[in-house]
Design a binder for this molecule. Structure first.
Ligand code: NAI
Length: 528
């Protein structure tokens, strides 16, 4: 009997019928967005808020949103009108007796959420489901004081709820699986992409996203480059929609720092999550970001946004030799060919005879030897290989289409050789931003750490690999799921980057997830 014979597919959970009444408590940014989604899906939605008039005002706002969608032909005028009529401002919790689901989007406070759901238990029927939209409080603790904690799960939407596809369905220790499955199916019926998660600090997105900020802050703190350059590299080479610094400025440092601290504290100060002193200082200064005019960047009237730093134009070397079979080497070859730049491929036989067959070099020019970073600094790699002129390039979402690339050069590298390496990359059409010799540069170390965190979440049963990747693509718009990305880079290479960072810094922060180690030992991808 094969393993698959011993498993059977569970019956598909059924979503709440559109005729089921949905209540939303808390008519702020999130509650209003969730109510908008639920009413558009056909439910009668009762909205309650402790603030006098807030529910009615939110309903006016949602109806205006429906009208806008109808104007843009994203919904018919009749559907907009009908969805608007399905929204009701309820006077208080007492009006929610017939609700099949109560979504809570009130203040982010454990006692407030516990009290609310305890009061509701005395009002609603026994089969009413509770879905909390908390982004950081343990679903297990919110449920702990309920008579029937099994009816509660996290129903975590992302902001703005009508636009963001992801919903994390978060199970606490006591959550009934059938409740989580019903919420999952209901979120799907509402046009969302739900993923299951276990109630652990940060759930999926707020945990796995920490290195996106943390690694950039580390590189900044070590003088690797300035914020504008690092942001540009993450966008133009990493393919992320926003760089980490502009994104932190948009989220607000008060909020982002609080989330970072709460995840770090919740994991008993695991160095993976250690916050940066830079964040603390911005908060101390009251530089919260866009919302009050100053953060990493200056948003006040007349302020000029700094441009990313770029190496000045170098002449194109005439002795370019490409090496190996890596995607990066092939992308370089294609880019040079398209631009009519002459290069030669090194013969594998030659490389073996010179003992270079597996040192990983991708190109040589003007005395420089180029490698893709493996988490060692260029200086360390130069020392290990006994080659002075080592120049490292960064990982990319796709080396074939990236418009910018980071390079790092060994401290002892000869300036003309560095110039030749930069000239080669410029001739291949990259804007080149030189970082100080930071191990793992910026895209590689960030992606490796995102994958490491996602791998740990999977290894600890928080979610599955597909869920982790979907969550990061849909919850924070990453161009590729971190685990899929690690598979593409090659898991052994990602393991090496992390292990090299761990050795370089001597910090437990970079310890390799058991999930990655085991897959490397087994010779498998995570998504095999
Ligand atoms: P908000 O401050 O915009 O709205 C909260 C609303 O709840 C206010 O209108 C307030 O009057 C009302 N309220 C507070 N206590 C209440 C109570 N006991 N009973 C009834 N109404 C009450 O907050 P926001 O941003 O909508 O957040 C709500 C929840 O969603 C929080 O738990 C938050 O952590 C979570 N969340 C927020 C996200 C965001 O980006 N803003 C994203 C995902 C989750």
């Amino acid at each position: 009997m094969s393993v698959s014979d011993t498993q059977h597919t569970p019956p598909r959970a059924v979503p709440l019928e559109p005729s089921a009444v949905v209540a939303v408590v808390g008519a702020g940014a999130m509650g209003a967005g969730i109510a908008q989604v639920a009413a558009a899906a056909g439910h009668l939605v009762k909205l309650v808020d402790a603030r006098e008039g807030a529910a009615a005002a939110a309903i006016d706002g949602i109806r205006a949103q429906y009208r806008k969608l109808a104007d843009k032909s994203r919904m018919t005028a009749e559907a907009a009108e009908a969805a608007g009529r399905r929204l009701v401002a309820a006077a208080g919790l007492g009006d929610l007796a017939d609700a099949a689901l109560v979504v809570e989007a009130i203040v982010e406070n454990l006692e407030a959420k516990r009290t609310l759901y305890r009061e509701l238990e005395a009002i609603v029927g026994d089969d009413c489901i509770f879905g909390t939209n908390t982004s950081s409080i343990s679903v297990t603790s919110i449920g702990a004081t309920l008579r029937r904690p099994e009816r509660l799960a996290g129903l975590h939407f992302f902001n703005p709820a009508p636009l963001m596809a992801l919903v994390e369905i978060v199970s606490g220790l006591a959550t009934d699986k059938a409740v989580a499955d019903t919420l999952f199916a209901t979120a799907e019926a509402w046009g969302k992409t739900p993923v299951h998660a276990r109630s652990t600090p940060g759930f999926i997105v707020n945990r796995v996203a920490r290195p996106y900020y943390a690694e950039a802050l580390r590189v900044l703190n070590e003088g690797g480059a300035d914020c504008a350059t690092l942001d540009a590299l993450m966008r133009d080479c990493g393919g992320f929609r926003m760089g980490p610094f502009e994104l932190m400025d948009m989220i607000g440092h008060d909020v982002n720092f609080a989330v970072t601290r709460s995840v770090w504290n919740a994991f008993y100060n695991d160095p993976r999550f250690t916050p940066s002193l830079i964040q603390q200082e911005l908060v101390d200064a009251g530089f919260y970001g866009r919302k009050n005019g100053r953060g990493f960047f200056d948003y006040r009237d007349g302020a000029v946004r700094p441009a990313p730093k770029e190496a000045v134009a170098q002449s194109t070397p005439t002795d370019i030799v490409l090496h190996g079979q890596s995607a990066a080497a092939h992308a370089l070859a294609d880019r040079l060919f398209e631009r009519g730049i002459a290069y030669a491929w090194s013969e594998a036989e030659d490389e073996r005879s010179r003992g270079q067959a597996d040192d990983g070099r991708i190109a040589e020019a003007g005395g420089a030897v180029l490698f893709v970073t493996d988490g060692r600094s260029a200086t360390q790699r130069a020392a290990d290989l006994g080659i002075a002129n080592v120049v490292l390039i960064d990982a990319a979402l796709d080396h074939a289409s990236a418009t910018r690339i980071a390079v790092g050069a060994a401290i002892n590298a000869w300036a003309p050789a560095i110039g030749a390496a930069i000239g080669l990359l410029q001739a291949a059409g990259f804007a080149v931003s030189r970082l100080n010799d930071i191990p793992g540069l910026i895209v590689m170390r960030t992606v490796a750490m995102l994958a490491n965190e996602a791998a740990d979440a999977v290894n600890q049963g928080v979610c599955d690999a597909r869920g982790a990747d979907a969550a990061m693509r849909l919850g924070v718009n990453y161009p590729r799921g971190p685990l899929e990305w690690a598979d593409r880079i090659g898991l052994p290479a990602v393991r090496d980057v992390l292990a090299n960072l761990a050795r370089f810094y001597g910090e437990d922060r970079y310890r390799v997830s058991p999930l990655i180690q085991q897959h490397v030992f087994a010779g498998k991808n995570i998504h095999d």
